[in-house]
Design a protein around this ligand. Structure first.
Ligand SMILES: Cc1ncc(C[n+]2csc(CCOP(=O)(O)OP(=O)(O)O)c2C)c(N)n1
Length: 201
């Protein structure tokens, strides 16, 4: 049996760099933002360097687990994970863990271009119908929504930052490449983030 990628549906196809800038513009100051490997962290980097940003290198699927750890360790701080669809698929179980623990201060944003773009745009399961919001709600993350356009994305981010979570926001995005690349120095990235969170001098 062969499967075919599903066509576009009701979500507007947006742009990751644009959405990332809209998200960063809504931060007040102290929020931690964890960018997943590759394009999500590249566009986070391009949206403005902050010591409260963590730029994951090397391993897929770790933006949400890292953000969950920060959210549990610092419950007074809002924490946002930015993850690609392929990376989230590699670590889907984290959604069930987040649903179990219900961290009020955690927001997850998945940038769904339906491909493993950075390694050659091979289609992911979302190209064949896997629906991240259905999956997130199914694990028990009640506040899970597709951002149907940019204005809704902004409203969902504002709602997530102003209310108790966890919140899950999915956005369909295009295949434009990221607008920058991060420095590749894991120790520097870790140390700056720890200082940004006030846990290292
Ligand atoms: C555990 C692991 N498996 C495979 C890779 C190789 N790899 C790096 S990025 C990537 C694709 C990431 O896809 P996605 O998260 O959807 O982000 P996109 O490239 O589409 O922005 C792959 C397969 C890796 N770095 N780590």
């Amino acid at each position: 049996m062969t499967t075919t990628p599903v066509g576009s549906n009701e979500q507007k196809i947006m742009n990751r760099a644009d959405l990332t800038q809209r998200l960063v513009a809504r931060l007040k100051h102290d929020e931690a933002v964890v960018g997943g490997i590759g394009n999500t962290n590249f566009d986070l980097w391009a949206a403005g360097r902050r010591p409260q940003n963590f730029y994951m290198l090397g391993s897929m699927g770790l933006a949400c687990p890292i953000a969950l750890g920060v959210a549990l360790a610092q419950p007074e701080r809002r924490v946002i994970a930015l993850e690609g669809d392929g990376s989230l698929l590699m670590q889907l179980g984290v959604l069930a863990t987040i649903a179990t623990l219900q961290p009020k201060n955690l927001t997850i944003v998945v940038m769904d271009n339906r491909t493993y773009q950075i390694t050659g745009s091979q289609p992911t399961a979302s190209a064949y119908g896997a629906d991240f919001v259905t999956i997130a709600r199914g694990t028990g993350i009640k506040r899970s929504d597709w951002a149907l356009d940019e204005a809704m994305f902004e409203r969902l981010i504002e709602r997530a930052l102003a209310n108790d979570g966890p919140s899950f926001i999915a956005a369909r995005i295009d295949d434009k490449p990221a607008t920058a690349t991060t420095e590749r120095d894991p120790a520097l990235i870790r140390d700056r983030f720890m200082r940004g969170l006030g846990v290292k001098q």
